[in-house]
Every structure is written in C-alpha cells, then in structure tokens.
Design a protein around this ligand. Structure first.
Ligand SMILES: [Zn+2]
Length: 291
C-alpha cells in the first residue's frame, strides 16, 4: 500500500492541476454520489491535501471529497480534452479549465460536509500528518511519552495512524533504524535522548521519502551504490526488505519478524534490545534467516 509520502505527492500533482480553479465538471462513478456532480460543479477547488493515506479535495462551500486509494487507486492528471489509456475503472474526476484530475480504481470515495469530516471514522482518529500538518520533533517526542502511547511496542505504534498519520511498513523500519532503537522497545523504556531522536527521525525520514520518491537511504550512500552499478531496488532502504543481508553500517545480518501484524526489519547490533542484547528472541539465530 502506498504510504503517506506517495499520497502527498499525488495530492501535490492534483493540486497543481485544479487547486484554486473552478470545477467545470465533476464526475462520480457511484450512484450514491451522482447527486454531487451537480452540487459541486461550478464551485472553486479550495484545496487538495492529504491526511495520512487519504486525500481530501475541498470545494468552496464546505464540501470535501474524501478518497482513499487502498491498494489499487491511481490518480492521473491530464489535459481536459484527454483521457488516460488504461483498462482501470474511472471513479472520480474533476475538470477545471485546461486540466483535469481523474481517480481510477479506488473504491473508498465519500463526499463530506464539515461536520461529517470532523466525525469521519478514519479522519477523526488520525494523529498529526507530518507532511500536511508539519508537527515539530518536540511535539512528536511529547506524544511518544503520553500515557496512551508510552507502553506500546514502537514497531507497532509507528504503524498506528492514530499516533502519526501516514507512516507505513517501510517507513517505520527505516525510522527505527536511523533512531537506533529496537522495534520491540517501548517509549517508557527509552531515555530522553532516544525519544528526542525518534521524534526527529519520524519527521526527517518522512520528508526525505517525499523528496526522493520513496528512497530512505541518504543521498551520499545512494550515489555510492549507483556508481557501483547497484539497481534501485537495492539502494532504497537501510533495512526494509533486506532480511539476511548485511547491515549497511555494521555488517551484521538484518533480522525480520512480524511486529504489529506485518514484517518488521532491524539490525540487532545497531538497534540493541532492552538490555543491550542483540535480539529479544535468541532461539532464532540470525545466520539462519533467509530473505
Ligand atoms: Zn547494524
């Protein structure tokens, strides 16, 4: 599933095409939304923004179209007299002047007034969105030690959209690696310096991924690997998807285990466990793990 930075990029592309313009034509595929085609046409598109993995297209008058791409949704931005060549199903489209934005294949589309947006089951539970709401590192550090969050395993907590919106499986692993914190530790067990570092890395890696289109390795490392002829798939991440491969810092083998219901990757020596131990599951030696 795309993570926050990918959705944010899509929102920026759509915004560049239709934000601030009058919607000449609005299309919805679903019968339950057809009545909004007339309601929204002729209104200005005030804003196109992202919240976590969802997107909001706000129209003047307080209406917002909430869309969630799930796995298959895809946005296209085109000249207003064109349609993309695709076998996907068109679900939502806004034509505004010379440009149009079209959403294909997404199934989660709702039209919300302000009150419905406030009470929306997904939107109302979201934590701060690093890219669209720009919380500070201090704010995130303070959030980490709040009673409702401090006792939870960090690997699982970072996937919880109620903690911070927009982080997904690769970002949480990469954030914890750069923060040098084991994914099974809890904020309650971390020192102040670690908490501060973690808040800082949540912001830095989310922003970096937005800029680099999904690469979390720092630019200098990427440049070295590219020069060595390594393909993109092998220079994107520190640890994500690299189980059994040597850590890029220390050479120990990267470990993987399900945490928060999904595979989590970490380095047992760069991210030591609670008592400085390599891992919290000694019965599975690192050397036996495959990809
Ligand atoms: Zn390491």
């Amino acid at each position: 599933m795309p993570e926050g930075p990918e959705i944010r990029r899509a929102a920026a592309r759509v915004a560049a095409a239709i934000e601030g313009r009058i919607a000449d034509q609005v299309f919805f595929a679903f019968d339950r939304l057809k009545r909004f085609e007339v309601e929204l046409a002729g209104r200005r598109v005030d804003e196109v923004t992202s919240r976590g993995k969802g997107m909001l297209t706000r129209f003047e008058g307080g209406w917002s179209v909430y869309t969630h791409n799930q796995l298959y949704g895809r946005w296209y931005v085109m000249r207003s007299d064109r349609l993309p060549k695709t076998s996907r199903q068109l679900r939502f489209a806004v034509t505004a002047g010379a440009r149009r934005a079209l959403l294909y294949s997404a199934s989660e589309i709702e039209v919300l007034d302000r009150e419905a947006e406030r009470q929306h089951p997904y939107l109302s539970r979201l934590g701060p969105d690093v890219l669209s709401q720009a919380p500070g590192a201090d704010e995130l550090a303070a959030r980490l030690v709040e009673p409702r969050f401090r006792g939870r395993q960090l690997g699982a907590l970072l996937l919880d959209q109620g903690f911070v919106a927009g982080l997904g499986n690769y970002l949480r692993a990469e954030i914890l690696f750069e923060a040098r914190i084991h994914p099974r530790r809890r904020a309650a067990e971390c020192g102040e310096e670690e908490i501060r570092r973690l808040g800082d890395r949540v912001i830095a890696l989310t922003r970096r991924t937005y800029r680099t289109r999904g690469i979390t390795l720092p630019a200098s490392r990427v440049a070295e690997l590219k020069t060595a002829g390594v393909p993109r798939s092998a220079y994107r991440f520190w640890v994500y998807g690299r189980a059994g491969a040597p850590c890029r810092i220390c050479g120990r083998r990267v470990l993987v285990e399900p945490i928060g219901g999904r595979k989590c990757y970490w380095c047992p020596s760069c991210q030591p466990g609670r008592n400085g131990t390599a891992g919290l599951h000694p019965k599975r030696p690192a050397g036996r793990r495959g990809q």
